[in-house]
Design a protein around this ligand. Structure first.
Ligand code: OSB
Ligand code: MG
Length: 369
């Protein structure tokens, strides 16, 4: 393929419910969508999964815009590319900024899959005909509100519940959720809110039979996670600090985690995700697909990713209606009463784009040729 056009669109879209983590609260999302076209007129769509502010990792929508226009697009546009797999290799000069690069890379995979008339999930080598879904529940104003939300999601059929924690909203909250829901698959995500000095406090979570504790320590740390894992019975799952197959390999080698959350953007797109997945499979480390409050486009990519063999645990891939009153794809992503999604059979994303919706939400647009 040879890309003749890259179009960047920023959409602004309100969340149905605010989402609060240890690093902040989001009520409206700004999302950077990437549309690519090749010299045969084939189209592909991707989503940059960074936040509005550099609080989850160093990227945010404006940095991604600059990285794509200034460094990625000039290297990719007009270049003869053997396949989508080769796209990431064109931008290795750029350090970091994997979400920006990954949005473009994923768009190229989608283009290639569409061109071949194949579902994206099959094109990347997926085999699962049904993926299991979990939900991530943000920090709430009160315990009662949290318990109400957990109840709603359990009744909707979701296969595991993840609770966001931070200092002051952790052990006692999880204790109460566990008391009210003794049997549910339950986990907690701290988004780097603790340090190793909190190890004795975090060890109090061991009595609740959590599936895992996600990213308790700093976003760029492996060593302290390894030390913490030695002091906890609860398996540690890494999110923020796994950005490449090398990180995954090293984290596993020093036993910094027992589970890895793979996010498409965080590892630079499908190529990076497949590499991390490969390292984990070889080491017998279970993985699951993380989420970044994506629009339907990123959500459809996450569904495709979740069909890879090693995605043995329910991911943070849930129904569009939990986030958006009207998604940018049609039909919206729906989860059945068993908490599963059947990956679509159509080419590429397998979901239609709601261009009227996308246009009405777009407040910044740039076409690169
Ligand atoms: O750490 O997994 C995370 C949302 C934004 C930033 C980071 C995270 C999350 C989530 C939500 O947990 C997952 C989702 O429902 O998209
Ligand atoms: Mg996380």
């Amino acid at each position: 393929m040879r890309l003749s056009r890259i179009s960047l669109r920023q959409i602004r879209i309100p969340l149905v419910l605010p989402f609060e983590t240890s690093f902040g609260k989001t009520t409206h999302r700004r999302i950077l969508l990437v549309e690519v076209e090749d010299s045969d007129g084939a189209i592909g769509w991707g989503e940059v999964t960074c936040g509005e502010r550099p609080f989850y990792n160093e990227e945010w929508v404006d940095s991604a815009w600059l990285v794509l226009t200034g460094f990625a697009a000039p290297r990719v546009l007009g270049t003869q590319i053997s396949s989508a797999r080769a796209v990431a290799g064109l931008t290795t000069a750029v350090r970091g900024h994997r979400m920006a690069l990954g949005g473009l890379e994923a768009a190229c995979w989608e283009l290639e899959a569409r061109k071949l008339g194949r579902p994206l999930w099959r094109h990347i080598g997926g085999t699962r005909r049904r993926i299991e879904c979990g939900v991530s529940i943000g920090i709430q104003a009160s315990l009662d509100e949290l318990l109400e939300l957990v109840d709603r999601e359990v009744r909707a059929g979701y296969r595991r519940i993840k609770i966001k924690i931070k200092p002051g909203w952790d052990v006692e909250v999880i204790r109460e959720v566990r008391r009210c829901f003794p049997k549910i698959p339950l986990m907690a995500d701290a988004n780097s809110a603790y340090t190793l000095a909190d190890a004795p406090h975090l060890a109090a979570l061991d009595e609740f039979g959590l599936m895992m504790l996600e990213q308790p320590l700093p976003h760029d740390d492996l060593i302290d996670h390894a030390e913490l894992q030695r002091r906890l019975r609860t398996p540690i799952c890494l999110d923020e600090c796994i950005r490449s197959a090398r990180h995954a390999e090293q984290a596993i080698r020093i036993q910094a985690c027992q589970v890895i959350n793979i996010k498409l953007g965080r590892v630079g797109g499908f190529g990076g995700a497949m590499e991390v997945h490969g390292v984990c499979r070889e080491a017998g480390i279970p993985v699951w697909c993380g989420g970044m409050l994506e629009s339907g486009i990123g959500r459809a990519h996450n569904i495709a990713l979740s069909t890879l063999e090693g995605f043995v645990l329910p991911g943070d891939v849930s129904a569009s209606k939990r986030y958006w009153s009207r998604d940018v794809i049609s039909p919206a992503v729906e989860v059945d009463s068993c908490g599963t999604i059947v990956p679509p059979g159509g080419p590429g994303l397998g979901y239609g784009l709601d261009m009227e919706r996308i246009d009405s939400l777009t407040d910044r647009f740039q076409e690169l040729t």
